[in-house]
Design a protein around this ligand. Sequence first.
Ligand code: TRP
Ligand code: ZN
Length: 894
Amino acid sequence: MNIAESETAMKTIYLKDYQQPAYWIKKTELDVAIYSGETFVQSKLTIEKNSAVQSQILDLHGENLELLEIKIDGRNLAESEYTLTDTSLSLTPPVQNFTLETRVRIEPEKNTSLEGLYRSRTMYCTQCEAEGFRKITYYLDRPDVMSDFTTRLSADKTTCPVLLSNGNLIDSGDLDDSRHFAVWHDPHQKPAYLFAMVAGDLAHIEDSFTTCSGKQVCLKIFVEPKDLTKCDHAMASLKNAMRWDEEQYGREYDLDIFMIVAVDDFNMGAMENKGLNIFNTSCVLASPETTTDAGFQRVEGVVAHEYFHNWTGNRVTCRDWFQLSLKEGFTVYRDSEFSADMGSRTVKRVEDVAFLRTHQFAEDAGPMAHPIRPASYMEISNFYTLTIYEKGCEVVRMIANLLGPELFRQGSDLYFQRHDGEAVTTEDFVAAMAEVSGRDLTQFGHWYNQAGTPELTITDEYDENSRQYTLTISQYTPPTPELSEKKPFHIPLRVGLIGDAGELALTLADETVEDLPSDNTDRVLEITETTQSFVFNNVPEKPVPSLLRDFSAPVKIKYNYSRDDLCALAIRDSNGFNRYEAVQNLAMAVIDDALNANASGASFTLDSRLTDIYRQLLAQPDLDQAMLAYMLSLPAEGYIAEQQTLIDPLAIHRARLQVKSALAQALHAEFKAVFENLKAIVPYSADAQAIAKRSLKNVCLSYLMDAPGEQELSLCLEQFQSANNMTDEMAALTALVMADNEQAQQAAEQALASFYNKWKNEALVVNQWLALQARNTAAGGLTRVNALMQHEAYDSTNPNKIRSVIGSFCGANTPNFHNISDPAAQGGYAFLAQQIRELDAKNPQIAARLLSPLTRWRRYAAPFSELMREQLQELAQQPGLSPDCYEVVSKSLA
Ligand code: TRP
Ligand code: ZN
């Protein structure tokens, strides 16, 4: 299929066309017999007519299934009684209520899409969200069809001693030919996307949890035997998440057993299948020796995320896939609040916001921009996006902040109680919140149906005589593919005013002193119009406004801060997030200096105000060290790029490095002192304070290694060789690899080799090793990446390896990916297009995800933009391009 042909074959699905199914599936009884090379799936569906729908046609989904048998109420159907296509089986049943039995043959060993039933190393496992169940059997594979599942699994007893599915084990036993079976029943009705089964030779750890009402829940984590020692952190995180959900949301677990299985080949992070979560090994396994602090936090966050889905997603599920953010946005909000409670709230906020602004803002400004509740899609797999997840989380957070904690809890209680067991929409969620609070959330609803990142332009005025201070705010949202003229959003803007001695007390014009809270230094301004003014009374001096505290809405702020204003905020703002923000803004201004100097051929001089702030920060031992580490880190290239009209990636890369080098030079003694202070090797601990110390130390190390002399180099090597944890070991290795200096490069070569030797049997460590080399910004990156793909450690069918090598190179190695000076190579663009062609045939979901660096071509300056577009155009001509890639390529070129 070329693009013209696929245009006719590819169908766009619209939310406005939603209709209930013509039939319901009340009961689903599966018998899955796994043999080497082939699996037989027998299904018995108890089907009832949905009287609300006229059509009599039963239109089942099915893909890559070989139909062996089909019966209605026990009678074999003749071929003339049904119609089979590549993707469906349809028939008009003679009665309203009946049982439909089918038997199909599938080949999990050949399933490289990692969707449906497939084999990962030694085990069989499933991934059904969003539309993978149709690769297991014929079914109404849509989330509004909820069914009672019983699953009988059988397989060889030696290769697959463990047989798992959702719910409770109700029977098991031996069969002939050294086979055995297990029968699982899930007492909760669920859509097919939450179905799971696993068969393999797995070891497990076991623990138990007593719920708030005194029920005992058995907790098991299944892994390959070699990984059994790396499950404790996931188990501890699970128990913390279970307790937190009871305390914060009143949500109790609802089965006697909760299982997690870790698999190596997985398209995403993890999956919330009812009672049987399946995880990418990278999101379960953790040990101090092999896992960085960031890795530990990721495991905690993802374990909690999938557990929280048990209520937000499973008990209350989505009516259709347009509602995806109903479960994902809410669940990300829940896991992010959980992580904030487990560690430092401000640090978690800084991390989440940096991630959103670097990646989601870019998505919102690109060709795939969509509202958190899209109006249409071609391939739903392409809509598991940063917008649905991260922006969706911010929208729920805004509701929570607008209502306050008590009303928000009442709203979530009402939502769960009213919709338990149902498949619902984002409107149902918002309606529950509106109802308990008595607030009109109609305008707020635009966050669900308009894409794009609103920009707030803010001006202010101070009148000395009247002591009035006025903030004037206008909002504008750039056009996005689905909508060019946007209605104004309802935006909560949290502000404070900073005077010479710190926070000022606030009185808005319509407030009287009596109704003011005692802690009266910040206020949420609710922006609802295109332009709006807010007047503060009794303001004793011209203040510096502290805007969008804690990032109270996913918007961009344009306010003309002087650099001295930013310095004042960096020191005096009581809001920790905004102190960080002020330093970032100042750094951004200084990076702009470098960009401008380079563009005009002038020489760049570092504004001493940034150096002074950094020096002051480094001298404040009482500051939270994790926050300090973030404040001392320059904005990421992707974030800088977001601020440019047209992106010149090489100019941004160069300017950022120039600023970093200038800081490294000016503050060498200070970085050294803090590093020396923190470098002592202490017994490893994973508490927040120890993590904070490591991250500050390693930020200092990366500055010290900017232009390392003998001394710095040996400090770094010493840390590399003697580290007792992966955070320090990897930080030292990274600093070596990234140091732009002959001697360091030689040391890096050796260190990389010894690191591989030491860790070659630890797949997750090897992935980090691959990713680091793929990110290496030294010249010759494309050659190195090609070599990595030939390395014994690479595996072109494993998504984690693909992401580590191709994803890291194309997404995080600016000077090499965009190195267009070699016309034959066209930077990495042609390389990426070629990788996508090869991958698309095996795993379209992963191929489509890898496309994203090319899709942003319009945001780039020439000639980058043109060269990227050429690759997309060639891909568009590719015969047999998957629907996944077709959607992304065609929308990018549109
Ligand atoms: N529901 C999963 C989560 O966010 C997402 C997911 C896991 C997924 N695997 C997938 C989505 C495969 C699409 C395809 O927790
Ligand atoms: Zn999720």
